[in-house]
Design a protein around this ligand. Structure first.
Ligand code: FAD
Length: 302
C-alpha cells in the first residue's frame, strides 16, 4: 500500500483527486444553498418563514471574458426578478470581479448599473462584496459612481485593512451604507493587521462609528464577543434594533443565528449558490482550522 499521494500510480492519484473533490462538495454543502436558483429560492423561503432577512450571492469571481461578465450581470437581473416574483427579499450580494472588474472598470460599472436599475425597479438593494486589496479602491470608486446615480447600492469594508477607517469616512460622506466584516482574504502585513486582537479592535471602533452615523449599516460577524459589544453599545446610545442589522453566513453558527432571531434582532443571512463554489468554500475552510481537519480526517479515513 502506498503511504502518500506522491507514491501512488497516476490512476490512483486521479481517483484520489476526484474523491477529494466530492468530499469537498459534501463539506461545501454546509455553506451553500445548492447549485441552482431553484435550490437557493427554496432555502430563502425557509429562512424567510423563520423570520430571517436574506441576501443572495450567485457564486463566481475573477471573470476574464467580457461575454461571461455581461452574462453574469444578466443572470443577476433574472435573479432580482425571480426574488420579486417569489415575494422574497430583493437583496443581492455581488462581487465586482464577477461582472468585469478584471477586464475594465467601465464594463464593470455598466454591468453594475444595469443590475442596480433592475433592483431599484423591484424595490431592492445591492450590496457590493469586498474582495482582495488589489480591488479595494476600484470597488469603492464603482460603488460611489453608481450610488451617485441614485441607485440602491451599498459597500462592504474589511476591518483587517489598515486603510479602512479613511474609506469609511469617504463612504459616509457619499451617504453609502456599509457591511462591516473582518475580511476573508490573505493580505500582506504592511497593509493589514495580522493579529486577531488588532482586527477585532478596529472592528469595534468602526462598529461604533457606523452605528452613530445615522445611516442603516450591517454588522457582519459570528464573533459573539463583538455581537455582545454591538448590542450593549446600541443600548447605551439609544440606537433602536431597526436602525441596523446583523449579518451572518449561511451554515455558520446556525444555533447562534436562531437565538438572535428568537431574541428579536434583525439578522440577514448571506446565502450563496451556484456551480463556482470552490473559492468561496476554500475561504470558509481557511477561516477555521476545524473545517480543514474535518476534510483531512475524512480523506484519510478507511
Ligand atoms: C454576511 C457576511 C458577508 C461577508 N462578506 C464579506 C466580504 O464581502 N468580503 C470579505 O472579505 N469577507 C466577507 N465576509 C467574511 C468575513 O470577512 C470573515 O472572514 C468571516 O465572517 C469570519 O469572521 P467572523 O467575523 O465571523 O469572526 P471570527 O473571529 O473569524 O469567527 C468568530 C466565530 O465564528 C465562527 N466561524 C467563523 N468562520 C467560520 C467558518 N468558516 N466555519 C465555521 N465557523 C466559523 C467560529 O465559531 C468563530 O470562533 C462576510 C461575512 C459575513 C458574515
Amino acid at each position: 500500500m502506498p503511504e502518500t499521494i506522491a507514491q501512488m500510480e497516476p490512476t490512483q492519484t486521479s481517483k484520489t483527486a476526484s474523491f477529494f473533490a466530492s468530499l469537498l462538495f459534501v463539506f461545501a454543502r454546509r455553506f451553500i444553498a445548492g447549485q441552482t436558483l431553484y435550490e437557493a429560492i427554496t432555502v430563502l423561503r425557509r429562512l424567510k418563514s423563520r423570520g430571517f432577512l436574506t441576501t443572495i450571492d450567485h457564486l463566481g469571481e475573477n471573470v476574464t471574458n467580457e461575454e461571461e461578465a455581461v452574462r453574469a450581470a444578466d443572470e443577476y437581473i433574472e435573479i432580482v426578478r425571480a426574488l420579486k416574483k417569489n415575494h422574497l427579499d430583493v437583496n443581492i450580494s455581488v462581487k465586482l470581479t464577477q461582472i468585469g472588474l478584471d477586464i475594465s472598470t467601465a464594463l464593470c460599472s455598466r454591468n453594475l448599473k444595469r443590475i442596480a436599475e433592475a433592483a431599484k425597479e423591484a424595490g431592492g438593494f445591492i450590496r457590493v462584496d469586498i474582495e482582495g486589496s488589489k480591488y479595494t479602491s476600484k470597488t469603492f470608486d464603482v460603488v460611489k459612481e453608481i450610488k451617485a446615480m441614485g441607485l440602491p447600492v451599498g459597500a462592504a469594508v474589511q476591518t483587517m485593512l489598515r486603510r479602512t477607517p479613511s474609506d469609511v469616512v469617504a463612504l459616509l460622506e457619499g451617504g453609502t451604507t456599509m457591511r462591516l466584516c473582518k475580511g476573508a482574504y490573505k493580505e500582506p502585513i504592511d497593509i493589514a493587521f495580522a493579529k486577531k486582537e488588532e482586527v477585532d479592535r478596529q472592528y469595534v471602533a468602526l462598529m461604533k462609528r457606523l452605528l452613530t452615523s445615522g445611516l442603516y449599516h450591517a454588522i457582519a460577524t459570528h464573533d459573539e464577543k463583538i455581537i455582545a459589544e454591538t448590542k450593549s453599545f446600541a443600548k447605551e446610545r439609544g440606537i433602536k434594533r431597526d436602525q441596523f442589522e446583523f449579518q451572518m453566513l449561511f451554515g455558520i453558527r446556525p444555533s447562534l443565528q436562531e437565538r438572535m432571531i428568537a431574541n428579536g434582532w434583525r439578522l440577514r443571512v448571506y446565502v450563496p449558490f451556484g456551480k463556482a463554489w470552490l473559492p468561496y468554500v476554500i475561504r470558509r475552510l481557511r477561516e477555521k482550522k476545524e473545517n480543514f481537519w474535518f476534510v483531512m480526517k475524512n480523506l484519510f479515513r478507511k
